[in-house]
Write a protein that binds this ligand. Structure first.
Ligand code: SF4
Ligand code: SF4
Length: 174
């Protein structure tokens, strides 16, 4: 992994302020239990230029190394922080009850706000915006459901979904 480019105190304060129970994060043991139990860290790293490591993300947050928490600006294929599946395993196994997932979610929001969300995330968000759901209904899916005797899935209220997404400014990011 390349060395961090510098300390960003503003970013550090943002995460420390927003992180639930921010006091707890200061007592991270750096024991790596979060990383050892993270399913993404276990399988994904060989495929990306950045290392996905929850322990390192916590350390980067504590030290204000934004580039560690959010990969390197401009690397849209970066797995940090977007690889996190929000499975909450790290939060569950952490002996210090640190909510690593909260840190990563905030990092995703900051990255997205800076226009650096990966293309696949932007494409998925567009799908939700345009169809009101992540996987739009298709004739093949409907046929298979009918064959299996499953009930017809009600169409989502696209206007309502769009109103919600517009209220948080998502449409301006697409
Ligand atoms: S499991 Fe908790 S204490 Fe251990 S490195 Fe991860 S965040 Fe820190
Ligand atoms: S919530 Fe994210 S970082 Fe934590 S264990 Fe799951 S995938 Fe890994």
């Amino acid at each position: 992994m390349s060395l961090p480019l510098g300390i960003d105190f503003e970013f550090r304060k943002l995460i420390m302020d927003v992180h639930i129970g921010s006091d707890k994060i200061k007592y991270c043991y750096q024991c790596s239990r979060c990383t050892d139990n993270c399913p993404v860290a276990a399988v994904a790293n060989p495929f990306y230029e950045n290392v996905f490591d929850p322990r390192l993300i916590v350390l980067g947050t504590l030290l204000g190394y934004k580039d560690v928490v959010m990969a390197l600006a401009g690397t849209k294929s970066a797995i940090v922080p977007w690889g996190c599946t929000v499975c909450d395993t790290c939060d569950t196994v952490c002996p210090q009850a640190i909510e690593v997932t909260e840190i990563i979610t905030l990092a995703k929001n900051v990255t997205s706000g800076a226009g650096l969300a990966p293309d696949n995330v932007v494409a998925q968000t567009k799908t939700v915006f345009e169809n009101g759901k992540a996987i739009p209904s298709q004739p093949a899916i409907e046929r298979r459901r009918e064959q299996l005797g499953l009930p017809v899935v009600a169409a989502p209220d696209v206007n309502e979904v769009q109103a919600l997404l517009k209220a948080i400014g998502t449409d301006k990011k697409l």
